[in-house]
Design a binder for this molecule. Structure first.
Ligand code: AMP
Ligand code: GLY
Length: 430
């Protein structure tokens, strides 16, 4: 392929895609976001991210030869398979490889087949609840119950007692009809990190390690959300831990991907827990994390477009990944009431475009207002505001000051993003 493709199509509609579009434009591409949202320039709202014939027509009209995929849904629906024998390249794995994210049972089997460090687990079908109960009792209720499929954030129950495990299993049985599978895992403890790489299935180039904040409330309390904020890099993830993650998780994953009958080109996300027994893989995602992407991409100095092109060409080994210095903190500006099923939206957002140097804002759950340029809230996670600083505390301070200048009714921002106490990690314990 000669040079970089200049026209590219990006699939998705959230703040992660706004961050991706911003970075890819800085790298020199013309980016069309399908469907995007009212806050992302270059959005094409009438084409959905899973309408493959419409996406193909749009690519042909624009002369776009590259599709970059933000969310999981188009990958699970087979976008990479759809364009396989065409002159349009998709940066994202094929449907079968996307099962690494969409099926927890399949993904755990992959981890076991390839000797990847992970929690012990038992898989059951929906007619085996009594066996699952017995196993949960044997582990004194210190288990995690995981529904095997996409469950809109309701699929994972972290339990502290036999009674809690019983409730989790009962809820699972009540929520889902017909045949399904689920996992029971031993509960591990330790801080979690998100490591995301760009891979062609053989080489992987890691981007900055990040930490998400999944719970709604400060102190990691309250219900799980799609993420309330993130930061990168992670100061306590030292070279020893990184080397152990490479040896115990990433290298065997790459060997596994080569041994299986499917390839993998795209972003690969490792959700890792740093336990006293070493790093353990909790999950794969086959895409960039959200809100991790919103801090990782501004932190990336190298051209993302070049890295993506190198992965598609099979030239990743020669690529370098350079990070910008300092720390990056992303705060999710959420609608009050999120993550409940319903909460008020439609409020005008003030203070956009007034961010100072070192701060960017990526728009997610928004829609156009009546006057040109006006944006209204339209979802739970409205925007992600990202600030850079020479160190984490300075970046945190700047981000909160800037977030205070963006206003909409019922705005909620979790108060302790990037401020967890430094964990005491015993790197010599394993
Ligand atoms: P998952 O979707 O599998 O990553 O699980 C969602 C969240 O549940 C993780 O980010 C962890 O906070 C928690 N979790 C998952 N598996 C375990 C485990 N084996 N032990 C402790 N916590 C877990
Ligand atoms: N931030 C976690 C995820 O994107 O799944």
């Amino acid at each position: 392929m000669s040079g970089n493709p200049t026209q590219l199509v990006l699939l998705g509609s959230g703040a992660r895609e706004h961050a991706l579009a911003t970075k890819l434009r800085q790298d020199g591409a013309t980016v069309h976001v399908l469907p995007g949202n009212a806050g992302i320039p270059g959005s094409v709202p009438h084409i959905s991210a899973t309408d493959f014939p419409a996406i193909r027509n749009f690519c042909q009209e624009q002369g776009a030869k590259l599709i970059v995929v933000g969310p999981e849904a188009p990958l699970a629906a087979g976008v990479a398979d759809y364009f396989l024998n065409s002159d349009i390249r998709v940066f994202g794995p094929r449907r079968q490889a996307a099962t690494l994210e969409s099926s927890k049972v399949w993904s755990k089997d992959f981890m076991r087949r390839h000797g990847i460090a992970t929690a012990r687990a038992w898989s059951y079908r929906s007619d085996q609840f009594s066996e699952a109960h017995a196993q949960a009792e044997e582990l004194n209720g210190q288990v995690v119950v995981k529904y095997d499929g996409l469950a809109a954030g309701k699929g994972v129950y972290v339990c502290n007692s036999v009674a809690e495990a019983g409730h989790a299993l009962a809820e699972l049985r009540d929520l889902h009809e017909g045949w399904f599978s689920f996992l029971l895992e031993e509960k591990l403890s330790g801080p979690e990190v998100s490591l995301i790489g760009i891979t062609d299935g053989r080489e992987i180039k890691l981007l900055a390690p990040a930490q998400d904040h999944k719970q709604l409330l400060a102190g990691d309390e309250g219900p799980n959300t799609g993420g309330m904020g993130a930061y990168c890099p992670v100061p306590f993830l030292d070279d020893n831990w990184l080397a152990a993650i490479r040896t115990d998780i990433i290298d065997p994953t790459l060997r596994g991907l080569q041994a299986e009958p499917f390839g993998f080109t795209g972003f690969l996300y490792f959700g890792v827990m740093l336990t006293p027994q070493g790093p353990k893989l909790l999950e794969y995602n086959v895409r960039l994390g959200d809100p991790e992407a919103e801090v990782i991409l501004p932190a990336l100095e190298s051209s993302l477009l070049d890295l993506i092109t190198a992965a598609l060409d099979g030239n990743l080994a020669q690529s370098m990944v350079c990070q910008r210095p300092g720390a990056f903190v992303g705060l999710v500006l959420a609608s009050g009431g999120y993550p409940a099923a319903q909460f008020p939206t439609g409020f005008r957002i003030h203070g956009l475009g007034e961010q100072g140097a070192g701060t960017q804002i990526f728009m997610g759950g928004v829609k156009a207002g009546e006057t040109p340029g006006e944006l209204l809230t339209a979802g739970g996670r409205v925007a992600v505001l990202v600030s850079q600083g020479p160190d984490l505390p300075t970046a945190v301070q700047l981000a909160y000051a800037e977030a205070g200048r963006v206003y909409f009714q019922d705005k909620y921002v979790r108060s302790d993003i990037g401020q967890r106490p430094t964990p005491q990690l015993e790197t010599s314990a394993y």
